[in-house]
Design a protein around this ligand. Structure first.
Ligand code: FE2
Ligand code: FE2
Length: 408
């Protein structure tokens, strides 16, 4: 099969990407397109890009809506350490040991998946003038042919550029013509107007309020941001999409609230991000880790992930700071003597943008100016829910509530 690989940061994913994929398929240039969101991009590091899981799931949602077949997404770059170059991704993806099981997982019959494939690197013609400055261009071309989209109104001289690359590297390029929009991610982001994006992308951006929420990183140090990005990649393997995005949202909102209330934004960012890190490991393991942190203080299955999360935060993520570990340990129950950081993570967990379980508008309104007021509302609503369901309220929560209401 002719397999076109399409890498990009997709921040955000837009109609230009969709048209490029559609053009490659409709022109017959490719039978299948594999979309590969970058994780540690070599050109745009750190805060300039959304953390990889947001871009991955935003792209995945859009592809599922736009292309029911023949277009698959790969998370291969989550498995790479450090800065990722195109050549590294290609080297792995063209291996039989990767591509055959990958295609079969995506519904391609085994006999087709095991064929000898021809690989292409799908791109716009705008990359041609600078392609020879990429990291190891000749190696890239040994794995894949450049499959270049020439848009109407595009002034790059593809033939001349193709001849130039041939003289440099002795390779041919493949070209297909396409109509279609030429949207630019950076122009969309700069404008702050997301109306022109595909509906599924708009919905994703709105649900997580992500381009606003991510501004909280401006209040954090470079070191904390680097950790936040790195942990986001590790959490990808620990948590399913919805919960992963929830924990990342809690990290960002915690940092924002810490800024609002004069607390430590770096600690809030990391405590919030890691608060649910143990939630999807099996129950026996959660119980064992919880025991190690806090003995028999937490016995309810629903609470175990809090102390177990603190255990993982320390042992797996290398967090030594006791305030962060405590904020994780008590994010479900609260405790007497809650610190500002504890309250922030507790509250952010319940009101981050993707939460919709009850009317959160008043808590969200209060949160930036009246932390205790918002936490009180939040605790009362949680306690009401417990009572309705006949669940016992943990003694730590009782003490937390008693102190909170006494402070009125
Ligand atoms: Fe939790
Ligand atoms: Fe949570």
């Amino acid at each position: 099969m002719r397999i076109a690989l399409f890498g990009g940061s997709f921040d955000p994913f837009h109609y230009g990407h969709i048209e490029l994929i559609r053009g490659a398929l409709n022109s017959g240039a490719a039978d299948i397109v594999i979309v590969i969101p970058t994780v540690n991009n070599s050109f745009k590091r750190g805060r300039a890009l959304l953390p990889a899981p947001y871009r991955y799931y935003m792209t995945k949602n859009a592809l599922e809506k736009e292309f029911p077949e023949n277009v698959f997404i790969s998370d291969i770059e989550f498995g790479f350490e450090g800065i990722t170059y195109t050549v590294n991704t290609l080297r792995e993806i063209v291996k039989d040991s990767f591509i055959i099981p990958f295609l079969m997982r995506n519904g391609v019959p085994g006999d087709l998946a095991a064929q000898r494939h021809q690989f292409f690197w799908l791109c716009g013609s705008d990359i041609l003038p600078t392609f020879d400055k990429w990291y190891m261009p000749e190696k890239i071309l040994s794995y894949a042919v450049l499959l270049v989209a020439q848009r109407k109104g595009d002034y790059t001289d593809v033939r001349e550029q193709g001849a130039r690359l041939k003289s440099l590297f002795g390779c041919d390029i493949a070209v297909f013509e396409m109509n279609g929009v030429d949207q630019s991610s950076s122009a969309v982001k700069t404008s702050g107007n997301y109306d022109s994006l595909p509906p599924s992308v708009r919905e994703f951006i709105d649900t997580h309020d992500i381009y606003n929420a991510v501004k909280a990183l401006d209040h954090c140090s470079d070191e904390a941001c680097a950790k936040y990005y790195q942990f986001a990649g590790s959490l990808y393997y620990l948590l399913g999409g919805k919960r992963l995005l929830h924990t990342l949202n809690v990290g960002l909102l915690s940092a924002k609230l810490a800024f609002d209330h004069g607390a430590d934004c770096d600690k809030a960012l990391i405590a919030g991000e890691l608060h649910d890190c143990a939630k999807e490991i099996n129950m026996d393991e959660q119980r064992r880790l919880a025991q190690a942190v806090s003995g028999d203080l937490f016995v309810d299955d629903k609470l175990l992930h809090s102390p177990a999360g603190a255990y993982l935060a320390k042992e797996t993520f290398g967090i030594e700071d006791q305030e962060i570990l405590d904020a994780i340990t008590y994010h479900t129950t609260g405790r007497g003597g809650m610190t500002v950081l504890d309250k922030i993570v507790y509250l952010a967990d319940k009101i981050e943008p993707s939460r919709t379980y009850t009317d959160l508008s008043e808590m969200r309104r209060l949160a930036p100016s009246d932390l205790d007021g918002a936490v009180r509302l939040c605790l009362d609503s949680v306690n009401d829910k417990f009572k309705r369901k006949g669940r016992a309220i943990h003694p730590l929560t009782v003490e937390f509530g008693r102190q909170l209401h006494k402070e009125l």
